[in-house]
Ligand binder design. Structure first.
Ligand code: TYM
Length: 332
C-alpha cells in the first residue's frame, strides 16, 4: 500500500476521553510507518461552539503534545494546526457551492449540537462537515481513521468529492473511512448504550486522558454493568460489560477472546479493578511524557511550524488545481 495518504484530526475542545484515544489516536499509530499521514488539531472546527480563546490556544498545544506522547512521530507524520494552513477555509468556500443546505440539515451531529447549543446555531456549525471535507480532500487522502460518530461526515465528504469530480473533471481522491471493528464507539460508563463524550455533564461517565490513577479506578468501580455475573462480549445483551471488555482489550493489546478467557468465572468487582488498572498503567507514562513535551516550548513550536509548512505545500497544490477547474483567475 505504498503511496497512500491518511488524514485525521481531533478538535482541541474539552478534555479528551479514552474514547478519543481508542477510536482514533490508537488507530493512527499503526499507520504512520506505512502511509503518508496528516494529523491535525482542528481548531477551526472547535470554534463552531463557544470557546474561551486562551483555553483554545492552550488546548491546541496540549493536544499536539498528547499526539506525540501517544507515539505519533512528527518526523514520520505531518502534525499541524488547521488554522495555520489557510487553504482549509478557502477550499471549504468552493465546496460550499456544491453542497446543499438540505444535506447539512440532515447531519446527525448538526441536529444534536443544535439541540445542545440552541442559543448558538451559527453558520459554522451547519457548515462543519464541509470544512471537514475540505480538510480531507486537500490532502487527497485515501483513508480517514475515525470513530463511528464521524462516519456520516466521511460519507458526505465522499459525496462532495464525487459530485465535484463529475462536474469539473477528476480532481479529488474519493476517501474511505477506516473504522475499527472493536473500539469505534466506546460507551459512557454510566449509560453504556450512549457514546462516551468529551462534553458529558456527568464526570463519572467519561474517563479523561488526564485523569489520575485514583480517579480512573473510582470511575471504573462505579461503571454501570448488569445484574448478571458473566463476563463475556455480548454488546446487545450486556452493553456495560462488553464496553469494559473492549476498553480492556484496547489498553492491553489483547484480543477479545484472550480478555474473555482471562475473566471467565471472575466477579465484576475484580474485573472492573483490572480494567481500571490497565487504563491507568497505560496513561501514566503518556501523561508524564505530555507534560515534559509541553515544557519544551521550542521543540513543540518547531514541530508545528514544520508541520504547517509541509501541509501548506500539499494544500496549495490541490487548491490551485481546484481554482483552475472552477475558472478562478490565478494570474498569467
Ligand atoms: P472529535 O474531536 O469529536 O473526536 C476525535 C476522534 O475521536 C473519535 N471518538 C470516539 N471513538 C470511539 N469512541 C468514542 N466514544 C469516541 N468519541 C470520539 C471520533 O470519531 C474522532 O475520530 N470532526 C472531527 C474532527 C475532524 C476530522 C477532520 C476528523 C476535523 N476534520 C478530518 C477526520 C478528518 C471531530 O469532531 O472529532
Amino acid at each position: 500500500m505504498e503511496g497512500k495518504t491518511v488524514y485525521s484530526a481531533i478538535q482541541p475542545s474539552g478534555n479528551l476521553t479514552i474514547g478519543n484515544y481508542v477510536g482514533s489516536i490508537r488507530n493512527w499509530l499503526t499507520m504512520q510507518d506505512e502511509y503518508d499521514c496528516y494529523y491535525a488539531m482542528a481548531n477551526m472546527h472547535a470554534i463552531t461552539v463557544r470557546q474561551e480563546p486562551s483555553e483554545l490556544r492552550r488546548r491546541t498545544l496540549e493536544l499536539a503534545a498528547l499526539y506525540i506522547a501517544c507515539g505519533i512521530d512528527p518526523e514520520k507524520c505531518t502534525l499541524y494546526v488547521q488554522s495555520q494552513v489557510p487553504q482549509h477555509a478557502e477550499l471549504a468556500w468552493v465546496l460550499n457551492t456544491v453542497t446543499y443546505v438540505g444535506e447539512m440539515e440532515r447531519m446527525t451531529q448538526f441536529k444534536d449540537k443544535s439541540q445542545k447549543h440552541a442559543d448558538n446555531i451559527n453558520m459554522g456549525l451547519m457548515d462543519y462537515p464541509v470544512l471537514m471535507a475540505a480538510d480531507i480532500l486537500l490532502y487527497q487522502a485515501d483513508f480517514v481513521p475515525v470513530g463511528q460518530d464521524q462516519t456520516q461526515h466521511v460519507e458526505i465528504t465522499r459525496d462532495i468529492a464525487i459530485r465535484f469530480n463529475n462536474r469539473f473533471g477528476e480532481t479529488f481522491t474519493v476517501p474511505k473511512a477506516l473504522i475499527l471493528k472493536q473500539g469505534a464507539k466506546i460507551a459512557s460508563l454510566q449509560e453504556p448504550t450512549k457514546k462516551m463524550s468529551k462534553s458529558d455533564e456527568n464526570p463519572n461517565a467519561s474517563v479523561y486522558l488526564t485523569d489520575d490513577k485514583d480517579t480512573i479506578l473510582r470511575k471504573f468501580k462505579r461503571a454501570v454493568t448488569d445484574s448478571g455475573n458473566e463476563i463475556r462480549f455480548a454488546p446487545e445483551e450486556k452493553a456495560g460489560v462488553s464496553n469494559l471488555l473492549t476498553i480492556y482489550a484496547a489498553f492491553t493489546g489483547k484480543t477479545m477472546e484472550e480478555a474473555e478467557r482471562e475473566f471467565s468465572g471472575k466477579g465484576y468487582g475484580e474485573f472492573k479493578l483490572a480494567v481500571g488498572e490497565a487504563v491507568a498503567d497505560k496513561l501514566a507514562p503518556v501523561q508524564a511524557e505530555q507534560a515534559r513535551i509541553l515544557k519544551d516550548k521550542a521543540y513543540l513550536s518547531g514541530v508545528l511550524s514544520s508541520g504547517a509548512e509541509r501541509a501548506f505545500k500539499t494544500a496549495r497544490k490541490t487548491l490551485s488545481k481546484v481554482y483552475r477547474k472552477v475558472g478562478f483567475y490565478q494570474g498569467e
